[in-house]
Design a binder for this molecule. Structure first.
Ligand code: HEM
Length: 127
């Protein structure tokens, strides 16, 4: 019962900095821009809620939006392997930028890799 959650170790402030840095990269990435809204503030707000619970903090996302059902919520968007890699590269750069490292980074990033792979719902177009 004295175990800290990954959310407590990273801290709310740094998690929010990470997500803000991440979406500023998403908003400039040519593979991602076509499927994201121009204004990413609401997307970032929801992602802060989601990542908080993903890392063992309070269930902020579920309290406001219900069960995440992430794969279903991503079905309206064409998520290819290229886009999953782009998403992860933005996250990797954001982690560099906010100085997240060590075991916590490895743990967090490896879970994001698995989740990102699970979101792929479209094969690459041959054009
Ligand atoms: C929402 C793309 C991976 C969590 C979205 C949206 C897009 C998107 C286009 C909608 C944005 C909006 O309309 O506000 C992608 C792509 C991914 C990816 C291309 C690459 C694999 C992930 C991963 C996670 C995640 C790995 C979690 C670990 C979320 C959440 C939302 C969201 C929580 C908000 C859902 C809601 O509207 O309530 N994503 N996503 N996504 N994504 Fe992703």
């Amino acid at each position: 019962e004295n175990m800290s959650t990954p959310f407590e170790v990273i801290g709310e402030e740094k998690l929010h900095q990470l997500i803000d840095a991440f979406y500023s990269k998403v908003g400039q990435h040519p593979d991602l821009v076509p499927i994201f809204p121009n204004d990413l503030s609401e997307t970032a707000r929801k992602q802060k809620q989601f990542m908080t619970q993903f890392l063992g903090g309070p269930s902020l996302y579920t309290e406001e939006h219900g069960h995440p059902m992430l794969r279903a919520r991503h079905m309206p968007f064409e998520i290819t392997e290229t886009r999953a890699k782009a998403w992860l590269s933005c996250m990797n750069e954001a982690m560099d930028e906010v100085g997240l490292d060590g075991m916590l980074r490895e743990y967090f990033y490896s879970r994001l890799v698995l989740t990102a792979e699970h979101m792929i719902n479209t094969s690459e177009k041959e054009d």
